[in-house]
Design a protein around this ligand. Structure first.
Ligand SMILES: Cc1cc2nc3c(=O)[nH]c(=O)nc-3n(C[C@H](O)[C@H](O)[C@H](O)COP(=O)(O)OP(=O)(O)OC[C@H]3O[C@@H](n4cnc5c(N)ncnc54)[C@H](O)[C@@H]3O)c2cc1C
Length: 379
């Protein structure tokens, strides 16, 4: 593909910013269009597994987040009441060739932005239309502005407009579950230490994941999955508030360590967990989807952001390898879909690390920069 190819990325989230970096590194002319007028600091943590850290390493982001992130000793899985260890997977860097880091989402987002020139990210550009004429694609934004490019990457998340425009609208599946989440100062726990691991506490019909988000262990994060009557099924939203008393009641009877975190937590957010089936196809002509726009998943394996980043690396490789955009997008989808569909399915069932998943290498050991592109195996 000639380096003169111009690429418009819609969405400056985890996938869009990573793709901007990988595609620029491959030599392409990249512009990013984001609907938000400014970047807000979303109160949430994020786990970056070795498979995503390998992508971030090559674009210069690992060096920025490593000093500020918490590096858990292990994935620790415990029983909700007794605290019995169901499974523990130590995660030394040597195991998969990259670290396992936990951090505040804003730190990761800032680091991704820091490796990009400021003037390629255009804020306040909400995409409302895409039109192809000849070799060029025209993007139309809500404010009446337009932009043109040779190819478009839809990285606009779970409610993707690009997906609706190229493959038609799809309906989210409601399974009646919500996630509470909060980030708060560890000092509020009056000396209680949540430990050196990222811990998932498995209840009968609910769970909670708890970890530090800073190297100094100064901030605690948790995210849950709890049944909720279907009436509360609003859109997924990062800003909807939850009731901390209802949250504590939902975890009544849980182990002391869980209760200590919930008692200390001053307030929380609430997120409707919606799912979608794998899409029939991810591209149409010179327009392609990545990340949550292509393969949204439940957060239970902590792989939504990671797979969006893997997409970004593989997409750049495919565009560099092939002579035309459509062939590159087909190769991209052919390589990525088996893997992301497999992760979507396990994530939906919420069985990862609960037993039966002895082999974790296919997931965490995947290297998006070197995986054979013509392989259709799900790894
Ligand atoms: C509670 C929770 C916990 C999670 N924990 C983890 C974790 O630990 N590890 C992990 O890897 N993943 C995790 N995930 C998943 C992860 O957050 C997502 O998979 C990831 O953010 C997807 O990246 P994306 O770039 O596809 O979409 P997003 O990051 O959602 O970005 C989409 C961007 O597109 C913009 N946009 C939308 N529509 C338009 C439009 N019309 N025009 C222009 N811009 C538009 C949005 O404003 C946004 O900036 C979690 C998710 C949840 C809900």
């Amino acid at each position: 593909m000639p380096n003169t190819l111009s690429i418009a990325i819609v969405g400056a989230g985890m996938g869009g910013l990573t793709a901007a970096a990988t595609l620029r590194q491959a030599g392409f002319d990249v512009q990013v269009y984001e609907q938000a007028p400014r970047f807000a600091r979303i109160g949430a943590g994020i786990q970056m597994m070795p498979n995503s850290m390998k992508v971030l390493r090559e674009i210069g982001v690992e060096a920025r987040i490593r000093p500020v992130s918490f590096q858990p000793y292990s994935h620790l899985n415990r029983t909700w009441d007794t605290g019995e260890v169901v499974r523990e997977l130590p995660m030394p860097e040597s195991l998969f060739g990259a670290p396992y880091l936990c951090m505040h989402r804003a730190e990761l987002h800032d680091a991704l932005r820091a490796v990009l020139p400021r003037d390629i990210i255009h804020l306040g550009r909400k995409l409302v239309g895409i039109e192809q004429s000849g070799e060029r694609v025209t993007l139309t934004f809500e404010n009446g502005m337009h932009a043109q490019a040779d190819a478009v990457v839809g990285a606009d998340g779970v409610h993707s407009v690009v997906r609706d425009l190229i493959v038609g609208p799809d309906a989210p599946i409601h399974k009646g579950r919500i996630a509470y989440r909060a980030v708060f100062p560890a000092a509020l726990m009056n000396g209680f230490d949540i430990g050196r691991s990222r811990t998932k506490w498995w209840g009968r019909d609910r769970h909670i994941v708890i970890y530090y988000t800073t190297a100094a262990r100064s901030e605690v994060y948790f995210v849950t999955s709890v049944p909720e009557p279907a009436e509360w099924m609003t859109r997924e939203s990062w800003s909807a508030k939850g009731d901390v008393k209802e949250l504590r009641a939902a975890y009544e009877g849980f182990h002391h360590d869980v209760r200590a975190v919930l008692e200390a937590c001053p307030d929380c957010h609430k997120w409707a967990i919606l799912e979608r089936e794998p899409l029939e196809r991810w591209s149409d002509g010179p327009v392609v989807l990545i990340g949550d726009a292509a393969h949204p998943m439940t957060p239970y394996m902590a792989q939504g952001g990671a797979t969006a980043m893997e997409d970004a690396a593989v997409l750049a490789r495919c565009l560099k390898k092939e002579d035309d955009v459509e062939t590159a997008f087909r190769l991209f989808e052919q390589h990525r879909k088996p893997r992301t569909s497999r992760i979507q399915a396990i994530s939906s069932a919420n069985t990862w690390m609960k037993g039966g998943d002895e082999d974790t290498t296919w997931l965490y050991g995947y290297d998006a920069w070197n995986a054979p592109l013509n392989s259709t195996q799900p790894n």
